[in-house]
Ligand binder design. Structure first.
Ligand code: SAJ
Length: 421
């Protein structure tokens, strides 16, 4: 069995490996020739710490042909598209899905099923991809080729676990391809497979991530309310979540990553914001959290009569979520931009990000204030008793409820945590 995958990122490369595990030979194509040459040399171009990726890649390599987009390849009956679907501002940037559709059209054989694994805005399949392929090939949908929308459901650090166990929703252009896709995806994952139409599948994926973003925003707004009420949001969250059917999410430094900050905009782009005003407000709330952390720094400086022009801050954590090297849409970057604007000197440490993973203690020692932005496991070794001896002005701003406020104050810190000041 043969398949072609266009786009070798966090979704496409693991999928190529997974397909070889279920008996496929794979054409694995990417526009980035450096990535292709690295893969051809047996070197992973990213996510080096992704569990199983290295091990599975080594076993799969001989069944994958890595190709640049200028290289010829044997057309296959299955073509997966797993390319980036970024925004321009708050609107979908369909440049890559357009290029990929044109590219695959050049080598599309009759009867092929094109499967979009990327997350796309509702109606993109119907209004953009199908008409484009028909125009480029003079073929007809559901006669000469078929389309499916099977949005990936994975996150860095859990890729293979989720790829092989999570349920999948698959939209199809015609029910005639359901048996083939059911057979295929039941080999890919042990999770339930649900078939539906193209637009419903696009909507499901964008809604699930929007749901998460809105829930996080609610937690962030509750945190701000708790600051005003003078209560600890983490105690409130603990007690709220003890009652059944409640799941108050975690407030924090903000929402980063490759999908949660983006997918709500894909959904918003396909309907008027008047129907989804809560979604727009949630995005604004989550994107305002780095600025709130910055306000807590300034509040603490004011209370300790620290001249912010002379102070130095050490930001702990740069990746978008704990224990990963993925820095896409990092909320910490928004915070650093505010320090730059406020002319506050800062250093950054992140154990998983090459340019920031050195000299943790010297960066702390050289600072007046620590801002915990990401709760990496490496920081669990930091003892407040020792930090108090290192941090000159003993200011501790906690974006992730990482440190204990009482203990911090016991060792002389002024502690301000999101939702717990
Ligand atoms: N975050 C909070 N509070 C929370 C949860 C997350 O502030 O309660 C922040 C994180 O710090 C991070 C951002 O939100 O900056 C995103 O975190 P995430 O845990 O949602 O991780 P992602 O972005 O990798 O989300 C993916 C999504 N999965 C797919 O798109 C297939 C999401 O739907 C999943 O719920 C999530 O993984 C997961 O938990 O598996």
């Amino acid at each position: 069995m043969n398949a072609t995958i266009i786009g070798l990122g966090y979704v496409g490369l693991p999928l190529a490996i997974r397909l070889t595990q279920i008996g496929f030979s794979v054409n694995a194509i990417d526009k980035d020739i450096l990535k292709i040459s690295s893969l051809k040399r047996g070197k992973l171009p990213f996510a080096l710490d992704e569990p199983h990726l290295e091990e599975f890649f080594k076993k799969a390599r001989h069944k994958i042909k890595f190709l640049g987009i200028s290289e010829k390849y044997e057309s296959t009956g299955l073509i997966f598209v797993a390319i980036d679907t970024p925004l321009i501002g708050t609107k979908p940037n369909n440049i890559y899905i357009t290029k990929a559709s044109k590219y695959l059209s050049k080598n599309l054989k009759k009867g092929t099923i094109v499967i979009i694994e990327s997350t796309i805005a509702p109606k993109t399949a119907k209004n953009l991809i199908i008409p484009l392929i028909e125009k480029e090939t003079s073929m007809k949908i559901n006669k000469d080729f078929y389309l499916a929308v099977a949005p990936e459901r994975i996150r860095p650090k859990y890729i293979f676990k989720q790829l092989t166990t999570l349920p999948r929703v698959i939209g199809v252009s015609s029910n005639t391809i359901i048996p083939k896709l059911k057979y295929l995806y039941k080999k890919i994952t042990s999770g339930e497979i649900d078939f539906t139409d193209l637009t419903t599948a696009e909507t499901v994926k964008t809604v699930e991530n929007t749901f998460r973003d809105v829930n996080i925003a609610f937690a962030n707004q509750i945190a701000l309310a708790c600051e005003e009420l003078g209560v600890n949001v983490w105690k409130v969250r603990e007690l709220v979540n003890k009652s059944p059917f409640h799941n108050l999410h975690k407030p924090g430094t903000g929402v980063g990553g490759h999908c949660i900050p983006k997918d709500p905009w894909l959904l918003l782009s396909s309907v008027g914001t008047e129907q989804l005003s809560i979604v727009k407000e949630a995005r604004d709330t989550n994107d305002s959290m780095p600025a709130h952390l910055f306000e807590l720094v300034k509040l603490a400086f004011k209370q300790k009569k620290i001249d912010q022009k002379k102070a130095k801050v050490c930001v702990l954590g740069y990746s978008y979520v704990e224990d990963t090297d993925d820095v896409r849409n990092s909320p910490s970057q928004m915070l650093l931009d505010l320090f730059k604007l406020g002319k506050i000197k800062y250093t950054v440490h992140d154990p998983n990000v090459d340019r920031y993973n050195k000299e943790l203690l010297s960066k702390i020692k050289d600072s007046d204030c620590i801002v915990l932005a990401v709760g990496h496991k490496e920081y669990k070794n930091l003892r407040l008793k020792n930090l108090a001896k290192l941090v000159n002005k003993k200011v501790l701003i906690d974006g992730r409820n990482f440190f204990d406020k009482q203990i911090a104050e016991k060792y002389g810190f002024i502690y301000k945590g999101i939702g717990n000041i």
